[in-house]
Design a protein around this ligand. Sequence first.
Ligand SMILES: Cc1cc2nc3c(=O)[nH]c(=O)nc-3n(C[C@H](O)[C@H](O)[C@H](O)COP(=O)(O)OP(=O)(O)OC[C@H]3O[C@@H](n4cnc5c(N)ncnc54)[C@H](O)[C@@H]3O)c2cc1C
Length: 409
Amino acid sequence: MRGVLDIGVIGAGTAGSAAATLLARAGHRVTVYERVAEPGAVGAGILLQPTGQAVLRALGVLDDVVARAEPLDGLRCETLERRTVFRLRYGALDGGHRGFGLHRGALFERLFAAAAASGATLRTGEAIEDLVATPSGDGLFFVHPDGSRVGPHELCIVADGARSHLRDDTSFRKRIREYPWGAMWAVLDDPEARFTGVLHQVVDGTRRMVGALPSGLGPGSTAGPRKVSVFYSVRHDRAEAWRARGLDACKRELRSFLPALDGPLQAVTDPAQFVFTRYMDVSMPRWHAGRVVYLGDAAHAMSPQLGQGANLALLDAWTLATVLAEGGDAAAALARYTRMRRSNLRFYTYATRWLTPWFQSDLAALGVLRDHGFAAFMRVPGVEALMVKVMTGFAQGVGVGPSLQLPGG
Ligand SMILES: Cc1cc2nc3c(=O)[nH]c(=O)nc-3n(C[C@H](O)[C@H](O)[C@H](O)COP(=O)(O)OP(=O)(O)OC[C@H]3O[C@@H](n4cnc5c(N)ncnc54)[C@H](O)[C@@H]3O)c2cc1C
């Protein structure tokens, strides 16, 4: 398999759209299969870190994306009693970095448009449920839910998100779990711009947390009120009970954590405007098998504690395009892909898995330790810069090793 490849991509989310764009621009024949018939700007706020920004710059869409986003200087976490748990400022790390809060839909719109303009063929309303090798073994048919086949394609990119079915077919062992916890989300107008510049989280033990992520203008708009994404951490089996208490009780509780939510919450008329999302924890020993490569949440879904989901997906896409551009045998290129992504993905998988119970669990003792220990830890010289390095997406394991490869780096 050399030169131009026939590539099938499953899923037109962050990873699939970015990979399709880069690979079609590199001259490959790319077909994207997306389950949703009319993919739209759905979701709530996400964090765009310097790593994700670097990939968007390489794609030529960074300026458009950040024009709809809210610049962030850092992250602030405090207790309900207003004691600081930690503050992380991008400025603590050299390099002039910053983050952006944005609506997932604003990123999706721009990436989907880039994929459409790249020469890739976009086939929407086509779910793929299985892969079948060609008799000669040099390609894969993609199978629809009704059993009909398309393809074959020489290379398959599985980018169908956290609840991927195609990932389940791989023979090697992997960990696929749902966290007991998730969050209620709503994207609200913030006409008085009460939430700017930081992701603000307020914690009460490990069972309750409210956060506000400034999310820019939102999808489709170039003007109008800024948005704020509000989230309430809740265990999945308590989610319905939270909403069932009624609108006033829900609003009162949210305001007790973040009084400035008073304005944005006025537009909420029904607790059902808060959508529950349960988090997944997925890890795989490698992200390729034969002619198949797994990108984004399909390969490494994690809880959003470190704000990396979209950024890791973008880096996956760029890394895949980079190894394929080096030429040679595609199977060898996919093995190189796994090697290049290993340290960065392992680090964020384990760090997120370790960190999550400190913020979302029934382990009350962790909350006490966190509230007292994190603040002291953060005062140790160099610790904030280290933590900010983790936040930016640059971390690569704990040892001394090569630094993360980024576009333009
Ligand atoms: C509807 C939606 C809302 C989200 N909201 C948020 C949010 O508010 N905040 C946040 O941090 N993250 C959110 N995410 C997750 C976030 O987009 C991802 O963590 C990140 O961008 C990584 O992207 P990904 O491409 O791996 O997966 P995703 O962005 O999830 O994309 C996967 C794509 O695959 C498609 N797909 C799934 N199954 C099939 C199939 N069988 N055949 C073909 N196509 C298929 C899906 O429709 C989707 O377009 C959301 C994802 C989705 C799909």
